[in-house]
Design a protein. Structure first.
Length: 324
């Protein structure tokens, strides 16, 4: 029987040859998924030189409190069945199907969100949008906030804020009914862990750029958080995982430079926010200064473009002008 190290190495070679950027990391996650164990179990087995059967033993000895995979245990789980699942997953990943579609979920801050065809996969950099909103509420001594999440997608931004700032009320806007099915699914899953948010999260199926959308809330919102479509039509993504799987509606910003939809979102956010309220918006690395300038024409002040984890300009913050 092959060791975990040998299995990871040989499978990572397959993914590397297929052009996958992080082949070893992806293989380890798929192996953990196939055996319903934690990533740390795979790392430990590699370090100890264990064979793959040890992962099945780790599953069998797992306690109900030990991790996210404990509920997935099945009595008849065998090494052969787990390895068959694993090889099938590797084959799919080698065809450049997104890792998160294969596993069916994606981490986002403290949440584990369901994802699949029809929904944009949340990225780590978008966590910074939520963080800015949370830090702003802290600086302002705000223990409850009225928040709008424009272009909600999986629900990542709004659900993260609602769970991390208890008592806040969130209105999420999503245009695609197909995508909204994922939003609802993640709301249902999140409320199992955080029951208090059930009455504080509202999903609206509508176009976030249109004036009638949530117009009953105009001038009353504390924070608008948004990750709108912003990819320039002149810059089609090279990665198949993005180009072929993320919905076009969630990707492209509606113009050659990708700023058409973000500018409309800025205009809508300006109407929703009360004076002194905050907007945080993710954008393409090429768009920061243009969108910042546009925000200033929409009654926003203290407009700042911020870098992401890689040091690239990725999102802006702006406060609605206070009159008087």
């Amino acid at each position: 029987m092959a060791t975990v190290f040998e299995t990871v190495r040989s499978s990572a070679a397959i993914l590397s040859a297929a052009g996958v950027d992080t082949p070893e990391h992806d293989v380890k996650l798929l192996l953990a998924e196939a055996f319903h164990v934690e990533l740390r179990d795979v790392d430990k087995a590699m370090l100890m030189g264990d064979d793959v059967g040890h992962l099945n033993s780790a599953l069998a000895s797992d306690s109900p409190e030990s991790g996210a995979w404990s509920n997935a245990k099945t009595t008849g789980n065998t090494v052969a069945a787990a390895m068959e699942r694993f090889h099938s997953m590797v084959d799919r990943r080698a065809k450049r199907e997104p890792l998160q579609h294969i596993t069916g979920h994606a981490p986002f801050r403290y949440l584990d969100l369901k994802v699949g065809p029809g929904v944009f996969i949340p990225r780590p950099e978008t966590e910074l949008v939520v963080q800015e909103g949370i830090e702003w509420t802290t600086r302002h001594g705000m223990y409850r906030a009225k928040v709008v999440d424009l272009c909600a997608g999986s629900g990542a931004i709004g659900l993260a804020f609602a769970t991390e700032v208890p008592g806040s009320e969130v209105w999420a806007v999503e245009k695609s009914e197909r995508t909204a099915q994922w939003t609802r699914r993640n709301l249902d899953e999140t409320t199992k862990r955080y029951p208090a948010i059930a009455g504080n999260y509202h999903l609206e199926i509508a176009d976030a750029t249109q004036t009638p959308t949530l117009n009953q809330l105009d001038g009353t919102i504390d924070i608008v958080l948004t990750n709108p479509p912003y990819v320039p039509l002149s810059d089609i993504p090279v990665q198949p995982e993005v180009r072929d799987y993320d919905p076009d509606l969630a990707l492209y910003g509606g113009s050659a430079d990708g700023t058409l939809i973000p500018e409309r979102i800025i205009s809508r956010a300006s109407k929703l926010l009360k004076p002194g309220g905050l907007m945080v918006m993710e954008h393409d690395v090429t768009q920061g200064e243009r969108l910042a300038a546009f925000a200033r024409t929409c009654d926003f002040v203290d407009v700042v473009v911020h870098n992401d984890y890689t040091g690239r300009p990725r999102y802006l913050t702006a406060e609605k002008l206070e009159i008087g």
